[in-house]
Design a protein around this ligand. Structure first.
Ligand code: NDP
Length: 288
């Protein structure tokens, strides 16, 4: 086969899906995991389990890491630092941009090349062309391995600065966690009123499906610094957010989330934005 051989270190649900995708695409795959038994199904499917992490790194130029975080990378690679020279370490573990920058420096200190990745899909999305992963780091090394990395998901290269991929990942995650929390709140409110999650599903989905329209509408205005109140006014939003807070309080459900939202709107009002769009809240949130 002319397919590039790869090493995958870290065989949680994500690393297993990645190793499987490489095998399915005809790549020779070497694997290593702290808990060796997690490699069993992959070995049965044709992967080679390395005897040591050092052997796993020595076997292939391209080494994929799929670990819980960057702390785990130091734990795992500490005994193999002598093998890192000339290796391209594609770290698909999540962490903060700061942690990924420090990790990239550490790999470079040992003569390796570090490429940061931010995977935006669950394991079931690996091997799907509609999935995408952010990458950042040395361009030449990324370009050389892009085709192989495309076996996992499509690639979105953000630039040389190592933290960029992690930053894009975290930008998505702040939206993911808060959006899903808003859904748990809606489920709790529904439950207090005798409704099941299933009873609110079409409405919940419609509400979320409208979000891209709002994002597209506000994108141009925000970048132009335009918080014009011609479409929506913060004062209107404040009244609505108080209705939300009181509806939840009346139902006896937890109000931490709607109270936090009302608090931000109140601060916007106090800052004199009542006649501006509620997008003016972004000015409160920005770095001062
Ligand atoms: P897991 O946390 O299940 O995988 C953990 C892997 O890291 C295992 O191989 C585990 O080894 C290893 N590990 C953790 N700590 C150590 C340590 N101290 N020393 C040695 N090995 C260690 O994560 P996933 O497989 O679900 O995800 C991997 C990465 O992908 C994470 O960074 C996650 O944020 C990211 N990701 C995951 C998504 C998902 O839906 N799962 C979605 C997008 C990104 P062992 O088996 O021995 O415990």
């Amino acid at each position: 086969s002319t397919k590039q051989a790869v090493t995958v270190i870290g065989l949680g649900p994500m690393g297993q899906a990645m190793a499987r995708a490489f095998l399915d695409a005809g790549h020779a795959v070497t694997v290593w995991n702290r808990t060796a038994s997690r490699a069993d199904a992959l070995v049965a499917g044709g992967a080679v389990l390395a005897n040591s992490v050092e052997d796993a790194v020595k076997t292939n130029e391209l080494v994929i890491l799929s670990l819980t975080d960057y702390e785990a990378m130091y734990k795992v690679l500490e005994p193999a630092t002598g093998a890192l020279a000339g290796r391209v370490i594609v770290n698909l573990s999540s962490d903060t941009p700061e942690k990924t920058r420090a990790g990239a420096r550490w790999i470079a200190e040992h003569g390796g090349i570090h490429i940061t990745g931010g995977v935006t899909v669950p394991p079931s999305g690996i091997g799907n062309r509609e999935s995408y992963t952010f990458y950042s780091g040395p361009r030449e090394a990324f370009d050389r391995h892009r085709e192989t990395l495309e076996t996992l998901t499509t690639t979105d290269y953000r630039g040389e600065e190592p933290g960029l991929a992690a930053l894009m990942y975290q930008i998505g995650m702040v939206m993911f966690w808060t959006s899903m929390l808003s859904y748990w709140q809606a489920v709790a409110l529904a439950d207090a009123n005798g409704l099941k999650a299933e009873d609110i599903m079409p409405h919940a989905n419609q509400t979320m499906a409208a979000m891209p329209n709002f994002i597209e509408f506000y994108t141009k205005r925000i970048d132009a610094g335009d918080h014009g109140g011609d479409v929506d006014r913060l004062a209107m939003g404040m009244a609505s957010v108080e209705h939300v807070l009181h509806t939840n309080a009346d139902a006896g459900v937890d109000t931490a989330l709607p109270a936090a939202v009302a608090d931000l709107f109140r601060r916007g009002m106090d800052a004199g934005h009542e006649a501006d769009s509620f997008s003016s809240l972004v000015e409160l949130l920005k770095k001062k």
